[in-house]
Ligand binder design. Structure first.
Ligand SMILES: Cc1cc2nc3c(=O)[nH]c(=O)nc-3n(C[C@H](O)[C@H](O)[C@H](O)COP(=O)(O)OP(=O)(O)OC[C@H]3O[C@@H](n4cnc5c(N)ncnc54)[C@H](O)[C@@H]3O)c2cc1C
Ligand code: FES
Length: 238
């Protein structure tokens, strides 16, 4: 579906909030994603992004430019169009008990967590990065969280998992790099754990197996159609 880039906001050097017109994008649920193919210039395959935010007329994504696909999208100018498939993946339909749920976001994983936090709700959240590269994002979005960094000026020094024991919770919802998701599983220690997975994808619609992750009973889940929200306690993180 052809969507127009309505607004582009550079949050930091390689991080941009891109807001597109919401064309034919039906009901959106937390955890869902969309895929974008820019339609001007060199043709590059679609790339998947978590739905960061939305309203009746628009849908936004927070993009960290790391390669050809993400750069081709963050280089777009307002008014240009892109081909967007939205929404994709299974949404999370359960009511969230914000008092008993801990959200954990690692780096750009904040994009996968944001849609779970309903407007006006106070959530328990740890948001971490390596050396403060997401501090501008934490400030810009006024994210109410414990913001931690492995290195740099941030006084809350360490990995997100080092801070989990300071919270009381019955469930964790986490999004971030695979190594972080693996480490969070140990901290969940048998409590409910939902991992929002951002596996490398090809087709994005269940046809290619490119995004399959293995569960502990040797079955496979396709992140694009069974996820991206999967049972973090059952994933084999190899
Ligand atoms: C469901 C889902 C949701 C996502 N949500 C977001 C989001 O909200 N914001 C965002 O910025 N990115 C998100 N991503 C990741 C984003 O799609 C990738 O960054 C993008 O596909 C990389 O494209 P590229 O052409 O810029 O990089 P490429 O040139 O293809 O790759 C650059 C480098 O990044 C690595 N890489 C590529 N894709 C991934 C990935 N998914 N995870 C880790 N490393 C990767 C490659 O191996 C390579 O080393 C999401 C991915 C998925 C599957
Ligand atoms: S990306 Fe093709 S099956 Fe998921």
């Amino acid at each position: 579906m052809k969507s127009i880039l309505l607004n582009k906001k550079a949050i930091s050097e390689n991080l941009a909030l891109m807001t597109f017109s919401r064309e034919g994008c039906e009901k959106i649920l937390p955890g869902q994603f969309l895929s974008i193919r820019q339609t001007a210039g060199e043709k590059i395959l679609r790339r998947p992004f978590s739905i960061f935010g939305f309203d009746d007329k628009s849908v936004s994504v927070l993009i960290k430019a790391i390669g050809r696909g993400t750069e081709s999208i963050t280089d777009m100018n307002e008014g240009e169009s892109a081909d967007i498939l939205c929404p994709l993946g299974k949404g999370f339909e359960e009511k969230i008990d914000y008092d008993r749920t801990l959200f954990v976001a690692g780096g750009i994983g904040i994009a996968g967590i944001n849609s779970f936090i309903a407007k006006g709700k106070k959530a328990k959240m740890i948001f971490g990065d390596r050396e403060g590269e997401f501090s501008a994002a934490a400030d810009y979005f006024s994210i109410d969280c414990l913001y931690v960094s492995e290195k740099g000026k941030n006084p809350n020094r360490g990995r997100v998992t080092e801070f989990i024991d300071g919270f009381e919770f019955d469930a964790i919802i986490a999004c971030g790099p695979k190594a972080m998701l693996r480490a969070v599983k140990e901290k969940a220690n048998g409590r409910r754990y939902l991992a929002v997975c951002e596996e490398i994808m090809a087709c994005g619609v269940g046809l290619c197996n490119g995004c399959a992750v293995k569960y502990d009973d040797n079955t496979f889940k396709k992140v694009c159609i069974d996820g991206p929200v999967l049972d973090g306690n059952r994933i084999i993180y190899d």
